[in-house]
Design a protein. Sequence first.
Lengths: 363, 210
Amino acid sequence: MSAPEVHHLFHNPIADHSFSADRQTLAIARDTTVELYGRVGNSFKLKDELKGHDKTVTSIDIAPNSGRIVTCSQDRNALVWEPTPQGYKPTLVLLRINRAATFVRWSPNETKFAVGSGDRLIAICYFEEENDWWVSKHLKKPIRSTITTVAWHPNSVLLAAGSTDAHARVLSSFIKGVDARPEPTAWGERLPFNTICGEYLNNSAGWIHSVAFSPSGDALAFASHDSSITVVYPSAPEQPPKAAVTINTQLLPFMSLIWNGEAEIIAAGYDCEAFRFKGGINGWQLSGMVEAKSRPGLGDAREESALNMFKQMDLKGKVKDDTQLKTVHQNTVTMLRPYETSGDAVTKFSSSGVDGRLVIWNV
Amino acid sequence: MSIIQQHTESSLTDAWRTINIDALDPDSSQNFPLSTLHPPQPEFSDQDARNLQSQIRQLLQAGDAEGALRSALENPIYNAPDLAKETHLQTVIEVLQRIKVNEMTPLLQKIYNDDRGSESLDVLMKYLFKGMAATPSGISSQHTGNSPRTPTKLMTPQATGFSQIGGRPGITSGDSTGAAMSVLLSWHEKVVEVAGLGCIGRVMTDFRRV
């Protein structure tokens, strides 16, 4: 396993990051702006800044095929940035929410995107040709608190959402005229807008930080603030799930998780590094971390001279400089994304965090 | 008079910030019971807690500390009057005080490796925190009324008026509080060793309070 590619972009938290399909452009949500980095050799150079939000940008997503960038912010707006020869052109989206927008993701077919918000609703946004405008429909009904995360099913109709009311839900975002009728799945057969296909709560009911469908869409994983990961396998529409496996860990909570095939989940969070979970419908378990512990370089104790040792003792009252974590990330990892995939398996993934680092890992 | 002084009393105050806009929104969390979000927990009465206490005491007297601890942790009392919760806290602490320091870690590991062991240790952690939070004033106020600073026997069960632990006659109550606290602290350390920091996080996030 080769070493991860570490890019220390700046000394601010990275709220979210997204790569273009060719992985040459990296979009970073930094404070109130969106920074676009281009790959130059082995590093990323700042090449453009998208300014349009006036409060913290909370989430960002690049559509792989169209190249459109969608961003959302605490200023309650979402913007779609259309690539043009003169640069990116922003279009405001009619979200109709009166609290911060917290999370945005394009649907896999790129005709819609979902914006989670603190207004206890999810805005499903789609383009209306006759008005030349992005409009939204609200998924509202069972949601009782802020939406922290959303994830799309491969069929672009089902949407998973995690909320601070401790529920992970699977909802239908079917929009007439935009979506074709989806094939029936274990989640549901007829799926009019706002059908609740599943509502899950784990035992101790912590806030949900991250949700993800497995590559096939037949299982849902969510990470919550009680340091656990729960994987739900639906059986049939309107039926209780075949299995709901919760793994309580000894670690700090996970902020983000991704699937690697159907039998592995990678999750990272407040422990500043990524962990692997392996399993299936009969049970899951923590199988180790992605990061090799004895990496050379960082954290290595250098040969200390006696002079240096006494100097340190005098200045800092200790011999060793232990202000660095042993992990690559020096603060909470807030977002994981697949970077390179082959079929359903992830071969490389990227992580970003509060420490302003972006790291590309080999699985 | 300078133009700068055109502030009025009302523009200077930030009273407008204290308007609770959530109360005006019919959908807001203020206007629906949060308890509906969670599945209901089984109800316990004071009598149930006392029955459980005497069962566990029997186990303790038979020398089965492990069995006593397990049955105390497998029956956490969530949905009950305060007195029942208090009684069960006493029960748990009685059990904890009966277990020797060098037996703690092996016992915790054994419980943790069980099927629902992680959950049991979460429950234990809840009782440890509750025990630490139960300040002498908090407990004594039920009985001694308005004397919040009086250091009374922390671990004396009020419900039964009978205790095998803590306030033995002749020992000053301050000492017994300290002794009980040190038991809780050493258990806390051992539980964190076995169940990790995740255990503390779960106790803090959990809606089921003991």
